[in-house]
Structures are given as structure tokens and as C-alpha cells.
Write a protein that binds this ligand. Structure first.
Ligand SMILES: Cc1cc2nc3c(=O)[nH]c(=O)nc-3n(C[C@H](O)[C@H](O)[C@H](O)COP(=O)(O)OP(=O)(O)OC[C@H]3O[C@@H](n4cnc5c(N)ncnc54)[C@H](O)[C@@H]3O)c2cc1C
Length: 383
């Protein structure tokens, strides 16, 4: 078992780091105020192949390990939170799930995604249910060669900007998880209206609600078979939620680096803050928790690379890592004193971002349910 990156992975990490620090870090603070992703940045990421990982080769993609995808996201997130997760958007949910679409739809949508011309989104959560995803109420009813969709989705990251989405709806409401189907949804389909959600973090991901009023989509936009949607989602969730955690960890590592640099130059009581044991021990503790979180994440991705089940490990990584990232950003802010509480200092934005990571793609409680079920047994499922 190796606890260090291979030479090839380390080289890739340095390349992404160089790009992120040179191209993303300088404008990240300004971009964080915007409610739209800057597509010029997305294009730059695409030119480096960062949106093509694990996308089929015929669309310009290449097969890489999930550990490699994680490395990219962690390094990007140290510099710019919101765009850092786009690689998992193209290669995770979309790359894997879109592969179930007919060839002509893959041709239509994969290329612009991989080339950084458009964004995509995921529409699962509804106003009445998030954690209990099987309880969704949005209906898809077959009508000739179409499905008619009615209902409401919410909390859709990039919802206002995305040109396509992967949308989940019930095709058989009585069948529980087996009644959930996945659809490819062009977001300009007539009958679909949107509204934006003003958020405390992730600003340029601009979450949205989608309202479906007799939205008709062609029947061949069904991904996989009817009733397979939930299982398609579960198949990739083990990498997607770890990637989101590495995004939060990368963001917190950036916060800690800024706090260290501040603690070295800011003086109080005649000496640099870094000379106070209370400050240096705090930094040491946060760095240790972040390192432990990274190891959990890369282990979960490593298991996925070996084709092994990783529900327990991915869930451990998600709750512990997102929490550690939030604590590290909070402590980094406090080390900055009063400046930390102002918009002058990046720590406040970093903290607001990683709080979102604690909720998105599964809360701590739901992750603990998964862990308990895996290690104690399904028959002792906590209520
Ligand atoms: C920044 C951000 C981005 C997001 N992006 C997307 C997106 O792109 N697409 C999308 O579809 N969704 C997205 N989401 C939604 C997200 O996945 C859900 O918010 C999440 O799954 C929780 O669902 P909920 O908000 O409905 O909370 P609820 O399920 O209502 O839970 C509320 C609280 O109760 C707790 N709880 C629920 N059930 C149990 C239980 N059985 N035992 C103990 N405690 C429980 C939860 O842990 C939580 O603390 C995003 C959310 C955020 C914050």
C-alpha cells in the first residue's frame, strides 16, 4: 500500500498546481463575487485537458485513475473554489452517466463539455426531499415518443448557466428506488422555468430551482433503462462526493497557507504570531486533520480505481473531510484577527464555501448512517 503519489501523479500535481497558482489564484477573489462562472477560465481548463478526464477517447477524453482526478481538484481548489470541481462534473456524473445516452446525443453534448464551451448540472434535490432522494416526486410520464415532466427541482449548482442537466424523475412512483429514472435535460426545453437562489457561498455556481410544467423531452433522452436512474447515480456517487471533499480540503489548505504567512509577518506583544505556541499548535492541529482527511479521500478513490466497494470509506472521507475543512477555514480566519472578518481577507469566502461542502452531496448524518450500516450491519440501521 503506497501512501505517496507515484512519480507520474506527482508530476501531474505540479503541473496543475502551476496552472492554478498562475492563472486561477490572481483573479479568484474578484470572480468569487460574480454569480456566473467565467467561461474564459473554463476554456483554459479545457485546453489543459482538465475537463476530459475519464471521458470517452472519441470525444477528446482519456482514461485516468480517480486518484488523478482527485489530485486535479485538490490543487485547483487551493486557488479557486468554484471552478475546481468542474472536472468531476464533466467526468463524474456527466461523463459516466451520459455514456448511457444514444450516440447522437453523446456527440451533441460531450464535445462542448470537454472543450469548455458549456456547463452542465445535476438535478436531483427537490424542495421536500434531499437526503431521502428516493422520495422525489417529480414525475416523468411516457407519452408516445416523449416523456412529459412535471414537478420541481431545487439546489441545482450551475443551474442558471448550464446548458444541459442530468435530471431524476419518478417513472413508477410505487416502485421506490426502482421507480427513479435519469434523463438528459437540455435546459432550454419549453415549459422549464428557472429561478436563482441567493447563496452564502459558492457564488459563481449560482444554485437554481427548476420548475417543470408539462416539459416534453424525447423518449431517447432517458439514460439507461426506466427505473435505473437511482443506481446510475449510486454508481458514481462514491467518487463524486470524495471529489467534493477534496475541493473543500484544497480550499482549506489554501486558507491555512495564508494564515501561516500572516502569522509569520504579523506581530503582537513584540513578536510574530507564529512564535506563540497557541497559534503554531493550532496550525499544527489543522494541518494534521487536513492531512488525515486527504488520506481518507485518496484511499476511497484508490479503492474505486481497484473496482472495490468504497461506500464506507467515501462516507468517512466526506463527513470528516468537509468538517475538518470548515474548522481549518474558521481557525485560519481567526488567526487573521479583525481583518479575517472583512472581505479584504479571503478567509471569509473560503469559510462560506466549505460550509456548503458539508451539506452538498450528503450531510454528515447521512454519511454516518452509511458508515454505521457498513460496519454494524443493515439490520441495525439507526433510525
Ligand atoms: C452548496 C450546495 C450545492 C448543492 N448542489 C446540488 C446540485 O447540484 N444538485 C442537487 O440535486 N442537489 C444539490 N445540493 C443539495 C444537497 O445534495 C442536499 O441539500 C442534501 O442532500 C441535503 O438535503 P436537504 O437539504 O433536503 O436536507 P434534509 O434531507 O431535509 O436534511 C435536513 C437535516 O436533517 C438531517 N437528516 C436528514 N435525514 C436524517 C436521518 N435519517 N438521520 C439523521 N439526520 C437526518 C440532515 O443531515 C440535515 O442536517 C446542493 C446543496 C448545497 C448546500
Amino acid at each position: 500500500m503506497s501512501f505517496v503519489f507515484s512519480e507520474e501523479e506527482e508530476l501531474f500535481r505540479r503541473q496543475v498546481q502551476e496552472f492554478a497558482q498562475k492563472e486561477l489564484a490572481p483573479g479568484a477573489k474578484e470572480r468569487a463575487k460574480k454569480t456566473e462562472v467565467d467561461m474564459k477560465i473554463v476554456k483554459q481548463m479545457a485546453d489543459l485537458g482538465l475537463l476530459a478526464m475519464n471521458v470517452p477517447e472519441k470525444y477528446g477524453g482519456q482514461t485516468v485513475s480517480w486518484v488523478t482526478v482527485g489530485i486535479a481538484i485538490e490543487e485547483l481548489a487551493k486557488a479557486d473554489f468554484t471552478v475546481s470541481v468542474l472536472p468531476i462534473g464533466s467526468c463524474g456524473f456527466l461523463g459516466q452517466v451520459l455514456s448511457y445516452a444514444p450516440e447522437y446525443l453523446q456527440d451533441r453534448w460531450f464535445k462542448p463539455l470537454v472543450q469548455g464551451d458549456i456547463l452542465a448540472c445535476l438535478c436531483l434535490t427537490e424542495p421536500d426531499c434531499g437526503s431521502d432522494a428516493v422520495a422525489i416526486k417529480t414525475r416523468a410520464v411516457k407519452d408516445g415518443d416523449s416523456y412529459i415532466i412535471n414537478g420541481e427541482k431545487t439546489s441545482i449548482s450551475w443551474g442558471m448557466q448550464a446548458k444541459i442537466g442530468i435530471m431524476f424523475a419518478k417513472t413508477d412512483p410505487a416502485a421506490g428506488a426502482r421507480g427513479v429514472s435519469a434523463f438528459l435535460l437540455p435546459t432550454d426545453t419549453p415549459g422549464l422555468t428557472k429561478s436563482s437562489i441567493p447563496d452564502m457561498g459558492w457564488p459563481s455556481a449560482q444554485r437554481a430551482s427548476f420548475f417543470f410544467d408539462d416539459v416534453r423531452i424525447p423518449a431517447d433522452h432517458l439514460l439507461g433503462a426506466e427505473g435505473q436512474g437511482f443506481y446510475l447515480a449510486m454508481d458514481v456517487i462514491g467518487v463524486v462526493r470524495v471529489a467534493l471533499t477534496l475541493q473543500a480540503i484544497g480550499q482549506a489548505e489554501g486558507a491555512l497557507a495564508e494564515a501561516i504567512s500572516y502569522a509569520k509577518q504579523r506581530t503582537a506583544f513584540g513578536r510574530p504570531l507564529a512564535n506563540f505556541q497557541a497559534i503554531s499548535f493550532n496550525i499544527a492541529e489543522q494541518a494534521t486533520k487536513l492531512e488525515a482527511s486527504r488520506l481518507l479521500c485518496y484511499r476511497a478513490l484508490g479503492l474505486k480505481d481497484k473496482g472495490e466497494r468504497n461506500l464506507k470509506e467515501a462516507s468517512m472521507a466526506k463527513w470528516y473531510g468537509a468538517r475538518a475543512a470548515m474548522e481549518a477555514c474558521h481557525e485560519a480566519l481567526l488567526i487573521h484577527g479583525q481583518i479575517g472578518f472583512s472581505e479584504e481577507c479571503p478567509a471569509e469566502q473560503r469559510l462560506r464555501n466549505v460550509i456548503g461542502s458539508e451539506i452538498g452531496d450528503g450531510t454528515a448524518e447521512i454519511m454516518k448512517l452509511n458508515i454505521a450500516r457498513e460496519i454494524i450491519g443493515k439490520e441495525f440501521q439507526p433510525m
